[in-house]
Design a protein around this ligand. Structure first.
Ligand code: ZN
Length: 338
């Protein structure tokens, strides 16, 4: 890993030629998904958990460091959970831990190798929580500078690993958007235009979701390139409908034993309103919390397939629709195809 393939060099050169080439190069990325172990055809993703975490370190961008945890220990704690998930027939695990919150592509590659799951990682910065996870330099550089950095990770891999991101992950607090959050979303938009990667954004509320769609629009980016992460936190459901009708992805990612009825209700409502095709579901489970004894409490990743989906089926969401939620929608979001 680390060496650019000839085709990638060509793509990088093509991108330099201008916007038409940019669009063609971005479209070209639809033919493969970059996993921690390299590219795979989209059809190989299978059942996908679109928003989970192997590990999270919440100490803050000013104090985070790789030496704060032992990768071997994280592996020994998390691998059994991933193996259980794989044995349920799950094909792909999307790791949504961004840089400065514990993103560790090498560890993801080891876990993928040992579990048999495809594992995807991301580029981007998390701007929610008042900016605690934004590195200092990001406040003084431009959106263009940030986009150049994130696009570089897509083209050459995340230094020093060479592992390429499969999505852009950012985060914003409740709306209206702060200056720095608006800059992160602009940077995500510019990165999307150059890479074709979908933008998943941890979003404080419905107001922030709509504000982000406005920022994307100002850059000529389609709402279909945007995943509203944690949409379940917005209690005014009319925002879901508005965003979905605009073409954005609505992600209900808080699925656990405590939220079954709420999530079944949310999904049934989207079906009634006719936009099940824009919905993504996941658990947002964390395998290992850095700084806690043996990583603290982990719920595992199996609840979706062992409990939630059977209950969802009983509520009237049929086999085809369940497949749409777990296989087709994640694949369409990640490949930006319809
Ligand atoms: Zn998360």
């Amino acid at each position: 890993m680390g060496l650019m393939k000839r085709r990638d060099l060509f793509k990088a050169a093509a991108m330099a030629l201008g916007s038409i080439w940019e669009i063609r190069a971005a479209a070209d990325t639809n033919h493969q998904i970059h996993t921690a172990l390299g590219p795979v055809p989209p059809a190989d993703l299978g059942r996908t958990l679109i928003h989970e975490h192997v590990l999270v370190d919440l100490v803050g961008a000013d104090r985070i460091a790789p030496r704060r945890y032992d990768g071997g220990e994280v592996l020994s704690v998390v691998l059994p959970y991933l193996k259980q998930l794989r044995s349920q027939g799950c094909g792909t695990f999307v790791d949504c831990t961004p840089a400065y919150q514990g993103r560790d592509p090498d560890l993801l590659a080891r876990l993928s190798q040992s579990s048999g799951l495809h594992i995807l990682t991301n580029t981007g910065f998390y701007g929610a929580a008042g900016g605690k996870y934004i590195p200092e330099f990001a406040f003084s550089v431009t959106a263009e500078d940030l986009a150049a950095r994130w696009t570089g990770e897509f083209q050459a891999g995340i230094p020093p690993t060479g592992i390429r991101p499969a999505l852009i992950k950012v985060g914003v607090d409740a709306g209206p958007l702060s200056k720095i959050n608006s800059k992160l979303v602009s940077a995500a938009a510019l990165t999307h235009l150059r890479t074709g990667l979908v933008i998943a954004s941890h979003t404080g509320d419905g107001l922030a979701a709509m504000a982000q769609l406005d920022v994307l629009k100002s850059h000529g980016v389609s709402p279909a390139a945007f995943i509203w992460v944690h949409a379940q936190d917005e209690k005014d459901r009319s925002f879901h409908r508005k965003a979905a009708e605009a073409g954005a992805w609505i992600e209900f990612d808080g699925i656990s034993s405590e939220t079954v009825d709420e999530n079944i209700g949310l999904i049934r409502e989207t079906k009634r309103a006719g936009y099940l095709r824009r919905v993504l579901i996941s658990q947002d489970a964390v395998g290992f919390h850095v700084g806690e004894e043996r990583g603290g409490y982990c719920p595992g990743y199996t609840f979706m397939f062992s409990d939630f989906l059977p209950q969802l089926r009983k509520s009237g969401i049929d086999e085809t629709e369940t497949r749409m939620l777990t296989v087709e929608n994640p694949r369409r979001a990640l490949t930006q195809s319809n």
